[in-house]
Structures are given as structure tokens and as C-alpha cells.
Design a protein around this ligand. Structure first.
Ligand code: LRH
Ligand code: MN
Ligand code: MN
Length: 388
């Protein structure tokens, strides 16, 4: 049986990175429902992230999205983060909101548009230099809507050239995390639609390029834990954008739609040694909270990842190996299901108490009156990003 002290130590050491855009106003293309007290600038987004970290103890990193989080002085932003016990995490590029990108960015047929897109990616590396961030997270909205619209292989060539230029600019301890997404906004071809395409580009680029798995970016029924196991084995799993989806890219709270899937993913991560800090896997959230209160929702999401991780850590690896060796399919499955069926909330409450935290982080932030206080202080919140 797993040693509970070791399970707790692993849970205390896990780091979950939260996205700056999860703290701001967001919505669908139909409506953005503004909430009182949302951050007015990247500094205030960090203040909200600090509350999440203070309540959970495991969320000290914050991903930025450029230009949504553009500031004059990134070193000052990093210093603000540090003062609040945080550090700046992945820098996410954005080559999907300019009119110039109607037909794509790094895959665009016009070299002038590709130049602009690559320059933006290079600017993101400059920002990483200033913030101390090690991860450049690239997601491209590039693709086509109609058969014949553009040359599929030609677009791959343009993508490879653009990526190579950015890769060459990386510092020794910096890396590219290449994200894939099945569809949307393009509806016929997407230039990086799946892990295989991302993996092929990463292989060509070199060891500082890894794949990021956004859980919301797959076709329904895709076995995501298989992808995770394979990438991890190949040393090309850079991290996760955790969120939940019911239909397409819904960006709901991690663990809300399918906690069993999150458990299965974390089981493969742990089995492959991916929870050790040395593996360098980033456990990031990529979510928007359109109708629910944002800081409590981010806290809940962090807790959901912790619960899935705790259950995966409770898998009796010896019993599982023995059942597998003897070909006992039912027993092997039972080992996994026993761990999944365990209520880990008491364990996590105990761990938080040992760390001097409130055992119920959501209740604690609600009780603290912080939501009301910032609502009074902050008038005129910024849009999280979609359009900002
Ligand atoms: C694209 C995506 C990507 C973006 C983020 C805002 O759907 O998952 O990670 O940077 O959403
Ligand atoms: Mn994502
Ligand atoms: Mn997404």
C-alpha cells in the first residue's frame, strides 16, 4: 500500500499554475457577463492569483497571455509577483486577434504576415527574459475553412520555418511548449490539430520543444491518458492546460466534467515519473469562469487537480503490477477503481491543516470578505482577453 506520508509529501510538492485570463471578465461570443471586482490590470490579476496560492499553498505560478497582459515594465510585474509569493510562469503568445491573421499567422500565405507573427513570438521570448519565465506556450489558430483554400503541406513548411526561427532564439533554460487543438477557429484543416503533428514539429526542432496537452482540445472519446503516457515516455510531455469540456473547447473547471479522466491522466503521469519536479512537467490551468465567481472557481479547480492527483498517488502500484503479471484483468482494474473510489478530501484537509492553511479553501476565501472588498475597490474591471 502507498505510504501516506509520501503521498502527502508529493501533494505538498505539486505546483499548479493558474492563468491570468481566468481572473478577468470573459464570456462566449454571445455575451460577456461582467462581474464586480474583476482585476483592472495584470497587477490585480496577480493579486487574485496570490489569494488562490494563499488558500491552497500549491499555486505560486501564474501564466501570462501577451498582449492581454502587456505592461511597460515586465521586471516590475515579476517583482510584484515575487512580493506576493508568486512567480511568473508560461508566456502565452497570441497570434489570433489581429485583422492581419484572417488567413492565419505563422502559416499565412503572405510572408509579411508571417514576419509579424514570428516577431510577436520573438517579443514573447524577450518578455520571458525580463520575467524569468522558462516556458513559451504556443497555440496557433491557423487553419483553413474550405477544401482548396490553401496548400496543406505548404502551410506545414511555413509553420516549421517559423518555429525554427523562434527555437533558435531560446535561451538555455527556455523551452517551447507547442499546443494542439482539433478545430476552432478553423473548421476544415487546423495546422496543429493533434499531438502527432505537435510531436513531429517538436522532434524536428530539438530537445527544448515539448508538447502541451490541453484537455479540452480533443475529439470526444479521445483517450487522452494514452497520449500522455506516450509523450511522457518520449520525453516530450511539457505540460498540461487543464480544463473541462462537455462539447468542444468549453474551458470549464478542471475535474468538473470528467473527474475520472483527470484521475486516469494523473495515474499515467505518476506511473511515468512525471510528478517529480525534475520531469519539468507544468500543471497549468487554462480556463475561463464566465458565470461563476472567479477566484473561488480557480481555487476549486486547483483542489480538483489535487484530488485527482491524490487518488492517483493512492493506486497500489505493487498490487497493480502483480495483477498485471498474472493476467488478472479484473484485479488490475479493481486496484485502479479502489484508488479512484477513495474519498481523499479528509487527507487533503489534514494536509492543509498541517501546512497552517484552512482545510476548506473555498469557504475560507468566501468567509474572508475579500470578494466584497475588492469589488468595492476595483471599479471598471478589464476584459480577460477575448478582444482586449
Ligand atoms: C486555445 C487556448 C490556448 C490559448 C488559450 C486562451 O483554445 O487553449 O491555450 O492560449 O486558449
Ligand atoms: Mn490551452
Ligand atoms: Mn483552448
Amino acid at each position: 500500500m502507498p505510504d501516506i506520508a509520501a503521498v502527502k509529501a508529493a501533494l505538498a510538492a505539486q505546483r499548479i499554475e493558474t492563468p491570468s485570463w481566468g481572473y478577468g471578465n470573459s464570456g462566449t461570443r454571445f455575451k460577456v457577463f461582467a462581474q464586480p471586482g474583476v482585476p483592472r490590470d495584470p497587477y490585480e490579476k496577480l493579486d487574485d492569483a496570490a489569494e488562490v496560492h494563499a488558500r491552497t499553498g500549491v499555486a505560486p505560478k501564474v501564466s501570462l497571455h501577451i498582449p492581454w497582459d502587456r505592461v511597460d515594465d515586465y521586471a516590475a510585474l515579476a517583482a510584484h509577483a515575487k512580493e506576493r509569493g508568486l512567480e511568473l510562469g508560461a508566456i502565452n503568445s497570441n497570434t489570433f486577434q489581429d485583422d492581419d491573421y484572417r488567413l492565419g499567422s505563422v502559416c499565412h500565405p503572405d510572408p509579411k504576415v508571417r514576419r509579424k507573427a514570428v516577431d510577436h513570438l520573438l517579443e514573447c521570448v524577450d518578455i520571458m527574459d525580463a520575467t524569468g519565465s522558462t516556458d513559451l506556450k504556443l497555440w496557433f489558430a491557423d487553419g483553413t475553412n474550405y477544401p482548396g483554400q490553401d496548400d496543406i503541406a505548404g502551410r506545414q513548411e511555413r509553420l516549421a520555418e517559423s518555429l525554427a526561427e523562434v527555437y533558435a532564439r531560446l535561451g538555455d533554460d527556455q523551452r517551447i511548449l507547442l499546443e494542439y487543438k482539433l478545430f476552432e477557429p478553423a473548421f476544415y484543416t487546423t495546422d496543429v490539430p493533434d499531438w502527432g503533428t505537435a510531436y513531429a514539429h517538436c522532434l524536428k526542432l530539438g530537445p527544448k520543444a515539448q508538447v502541451v496537452v490541453d484537455t479540452g482540445h480533443h475529439a470526444p472519446g479521445t483517450n487522452i491518458e494514452f497520449i500522455v503516457a506516450l509523450l511522457l515516455r518520449e520525453g516530450r510531455l511539457g505540460g498540461f492546460d487543464f480544463n473541462s469540456r462537455f462539447y468542444a473547447d468549453d474551458d470549464l473547471m478542471a475535474g468538473a466534467a470528467d473527474p475520472f479522466q483527470l484521475f486516469r491522466i494523473m495515474h499515467e503521469v505518476i506511473a511515468g515519473g512525471g510528478l517529480d519536479a525534475a520531469a519539468g512537467i507544468s500543471f497549468m490551468l487554462d480556463q475561463c469562469h464566465n458565470v461563476e465567481a472567479k477566484v473561488p472557481a480557480v481555487i476549486r479547480s486547483v483542489m480538483n487537480v489535487q484530488e485527482a492527483t491524490a487518488k492517483a498517488l493512492l493506486v497500489d502500484a505493487d498490487a497493480l503490477a502483480a495483477a498485471r503479471r498474472s493476467g488478472d484483468v479484473l484485479a488490475a482494474n479493481a486496484v485502479l477503481m479502489d484508488a479512484y473510489a477513495t474519498d481523499v478530501r479528509p487527507l487533503l484537509r489534514e494536509l492543509r491543516e498541517e501546512q497552517g492553511l484552512d482545510p476548506d479553501p473555498v469557504a475560507a476565501t468566501l468567509r474572508s470578505g475579500r470578494l466584497e472588498r475588492v469589488a468595492a475597490e476595483r471599479v471598471g474591471g478589464a476584459q480577460a482577453g477575448w478582444g482586449a
